[in-house]
Design a protein around this ligand. Structure first.
Ligand code: SAM
Length: 237
């Protein structure tokens, strides 16, 4: 299944423009119409966003810092980054996701008059591979799950080439326990499991970073009952 060429990406795009958009917009939102599993994933993902913001702020203010949010989804990270004063370029393969992120940014950023002046993020419908430019920081949260390891290396190297100072990635860690859960999940696929999920071992991600001259400086692990994410911050060696 790893050798389906561009097929995977088309499936992912189609999913996140349709049923996946509805599902994830709900999970990343704050309405009550979520089930127990979705609520758990919502909490886990919110922790990933929170930990990412903390990792960034530990190194200093974000005021005026250029950041690329690759695979921005509905803007869960993009919007708080802009509130911190960062100059954010946000992109996603799904036009539906980008439209939603833009709507939310307009609502939340134009409404808030307090805090540091925020710059409206620049939104683009683009897949990761076609992103260009240079940014102080590149961040890519919970997107690697759509990439088999064979393609993840190229994706990581491309994202690193856009970043001057740091790259933050989160991915579903391939540990024995989670691998097992996933296998069980594949035996009983639910109706919402429209895309394949790829797990990554930390060693593989670290190797991909090392190959392009980057090293991991900080690591975090976020786990709830149904959500697992390894968070890494990498810097040039
Ligand atoms: N990063 C966001 C967050 O943490 O809130 C969204 C995470 S969501 C699970 C995955 C997102 O990755 C979706 O919005 C999807 O459209 C996007 N995506 C998947 N493959 C992509 C690709 N090749 N290029 C850009 N975006 C992609």
């Amino acid at each position: 299944a790893e050798e389906v060429g561009g097929g995977d990406k088309e499936v992912v795009r189609e999913y996140f423009n349709n049923s996946g958009f509805q599902r994830w917009k709900k999970i990343y939102g704050d309405t009550d119409d979520v089930n127990r599993v979705q609520r758990d994933i919502r909490i886990g993902h919110a922790k990933t966003v929170e930990n990412t913001l903390q990792m960034l702020k530990d190194e200093g203010s974000l005021q005026g810092v250029t950041i690329c949010d690759a695979g921005c989804g509905t803007g869960s990270l993009t919007i708080p980054l802009a509130k911190e004063g960062a100059i954010v370029s946000a992109a996603d393969i799904s036009a539906a996701m980008v439209a939603e992120a833009e709507t939310q940014a307009k609502e939340q950023l134009l409404a808030s008059k307090d805090g540091p002046a925020s710059v409206m993020p620049k939104f683009q419908v683009k897949d990761l591979e076609s992103l260009d430019g240079k940014y102080d920081t590149v961040i890519c949260l919970d997107v690697l799950i759509h990439y088999p390891q064979s393609k993840a290396d190229g994706m990581i190297s491309h994202l690193a080439s856009l970043a001057e100072n740091r790259l933050i990635l989160s991915f579903a860690p391939k540990t024995f326990y989670y691998d097992l859960l996933k296998r069980v999940g594949e035996l009983f696929p639910g109706p919402s499991k429209a895309t394949r999920a790829y797990l990554h071992s930390e060693a593989d991600v670290e190797r991909a970073l090392q190959k392009v001259g980057w090293k991991i400086r900080k690591r975090g692990l976020i786990t709830t009952q149904f959500y697992f994410a390894r968070l890494v911050e990498a810097v040039p060696v």
